[in-house]
Design a protein. Sequence first.
Length: 221
Amino acid sequence: MQKRIFASGGQEAFFEGHVHAFSVLGGVPTGKVRYDNLKAAVAKVIGFARQRQENERWILFREHFGVESFYCRPGIAGAHEKGGVEGDVGFFRRNRLGPVPEVSSLAELNVLVDQWDEEDDARRIRLRPRTVGDYFAVEQPLLKPLPQEPFDTSRTFALRVDRYSRISVRTNSYSVPVRFIGRRVRAVLHANDLVVYDGGTEIARHERLIAKGGERLVLDH
């Protein structure tokens, strides 16, 4: 199972996680992919059946990659439908994230995660005769090819810089160079980063803030 650690649990992270997994796996699953009823994908659960009103941007993402979704039942009724995934996440947390790794950034942590995923290919699950990597080698040719055009997983905002040399994105403030006070800039929000542009020129880059009402200020700005 491909893993990624993000600062945010929002839709940008949801999409970036998919793109990373498809890229590493070398294709897109041909069968149905099971999902919980997370807000990044599901706008509304309709009754107690499988019918869902999906998020519009998630529909575009699915159609771009050809993903067929299958949603688990809410609550206890659907707990058994995703037990294998939750069990694998628990195994990873116990064996790789305890004690907590000492890293300087999420990017550095995700490099470790990629290394651990490669090592996991040699693992045998209980008494099964072949390794994780051996089983995937059988399934990999069944994947659908990746689309040639990339999908933009970020969110873009057109913002005016305030008199304190800041912009506000999702209730949080980020600094930009003072020469841009009063001007409009373009902010591109990723799962872990915020990049600010003046036209096509990058003028600021920040690690994304998660808590509401926070500030990330660079004194040189």
